[in-house]
Design a protein around this ligand. Structure first.
Ligand code: HC3
Length: 402
């Protein structure tokens, strides 16, 4: 049987459920958290974990902090961003053979971890700050290098030929040494391989990185169905603010593949950076043992569901999922009765974020879209300082209030 045949990758005996899933997508309402998929395509990983994909190579995240020239710094931020794409959008495919359906985080779900390597300690806090719409916020920081990445995201999906996903939200990389911010917008994506039963992500359209030092990068994504004919193709240009249309103002160009390799060239065409996604070593994320985790921490909260998925025990999977959902419903009812809202552990909602408002103006048609993410979410130092143990392994560090 050829790999491109309808349902070729669907396990034996599951073809009709897969066919039913595809048919049901035609009436899909756009809220990915309400999508029900066949059991064999369920992932044991919740979306709160996905925030870690931003920093699996901490040395690339902190590299811009060592560069004195703002133009080169912006180029290194572009290089780091492009290096995260494979982890974000193709790593599950590589590990599991296809893109599975992640667990829908519950309100207040946490995912905490740390990377230790030559870049020092890089820490991660990810929190589900909204359930309707589903929004995940995160903060990733490396104190030694004075670098912090903060962001939040939601997804708006639609179904045409396939599942199309527009990401709402943004990330901001702050570099202390230069008091500089880089606003990062998030690419759109769609799911390929639905027909064969081996779904994978392709990126499309464009995303931007806008620096407070005056530079913008525009990244264009194309896939197999385009002129290039190649999967996961990227082409980026870096230019001074407002010069997107002027070819002579391009300072750097990046070209290649986000799952294979790309090069960055300067205005004279000289190669200044190369990156090979297949060779670049990753640092393993350290997460506390499940027994030491807080009940709100993702892997502890979902353990019974994840164990049942791994055993392909669908009755237990849905029974354990229902327990979580019912508990959440009763919490919401109680909050409503008491006239209070769920207290987020690490993040707070703000009305305005001046740096976002300022930098987003450089993005064509850009806006904060805060109506679609339940507000603008920022890491709250005070909340983090007071976060009760055992939000390990971060608790001591968080108390520093950095
Ligand atoms: C669309 C997606 C959920 C959202 C995932 C996001 C956008 C989350 C934020 C991360 O930073 C980046 C990211 C990567 C992958 C995105 C997922 C790919 C597939 C998943 C759908 C909900 C699953 C669709 C079901 C199925 C069976 C076709 O895989």
């Amino acid at each position: 049987m050829s790999g491109s045949e309808e349902g070729a990758a669907v396990p034996a005996g599951q073809k009709s459920s897969w066919g039913g899933f595809i048919k049901q997508l035609a009436s899909f309402n756009g809220d990915l958290s309400t999508m029900t998929a066949p059991a064999w395509i369920l992932s044991t990983q919740s979306l709160t974990e996905f925030s870690s994909y931003w920093a699996e190579m901490p040395r690339l995240l902190v590299a811009p902090a060592q560069e004195k020239d703002p133009q080169k710094r912006a180029m290194l931020v572009l290089k780091w961003f492009l290096s995260t794409l494979k982890q974000q959008y193709a790593s599950r495919n590589e590990k599991l053979g296809s893109e599975k359906k992640p667990l829908n985080p519950f309100l207040g779900e946490l995912f905490l971890g740390r990377w230790d390597d030559e870049a020092g300690e890089t820490q991660l806090v990810s929190e589900q700050v909204s359930h309707h719409p589903p929004v995940t916020a995160y903060s990733i920081w490396n104190k030694k290098h004075g670098v912090r990445l903060q962001g939040y995201n939601a997804q708006k999906a639609s179904f045409g030929r396939t599942i199309n996903v527009r990401q709402v939200g943004h990330a901001i990389l702050h570099i202390d040494e230069f008091d500089e911010d880089h606003l990062i917008t998030l690419p759109s994506l769609h799911i390929e391989g639905l027909i064969t039963g081996a779904p994978y992500v392709e990126l499309n359209k464009s995303s931007y990185i806008v620096s407070s030092s005056g530079y913008t990068s525009r990244i264009d994504y194309t896939g197999a169905g385009w002129v290039s004919g190649k999967k996961n193709t990227l082409a980026a240009t870096l230019f001074p603010h407002g010069k997107e249309k002027s070819k002579s103002d391009v300072l750097y160009k990046a070209e290649g593949s986000w799952t294979d390799h790309f090069t960055i060239k300067d205005a004279k065409g000289g190669t200044v950076e190369t990156y090979n996604a297949k060779k670049e070593p990753k640092t393993e994320l350290k997460v506390a043992d499940i027994e030491q985790q807080d009940p709100l921490e993702s892997r502890r909260a979902w353990k019974k569901v994840a164990d049942a998925i791994l055993k392909a025990d669908m009755n237990t999977t849905s029974a354990e999922k229902s327990k979580i959902e019912e508990h959440q419903r009763s919490l919401r009812k109680k909050e409503q009765k008491d006239g209070r809202d769920w207290e987020r552990v690490f993040f707070a909602k703000v009305e305005k974020l001046p740096i976002l408002e300022k930098l987003i103006r450089e993005v064509p048609h850009g806006s904060s879209e805060q109506d679609q993410t339940g507000g603008i979410w920022v890491f709250d130092q005070e909340k983090a300082k007071n976060a009760k143990p055992p939000f390990s392994p971060l608790s001591e560090e968080l108390k520093d209030g950095w």
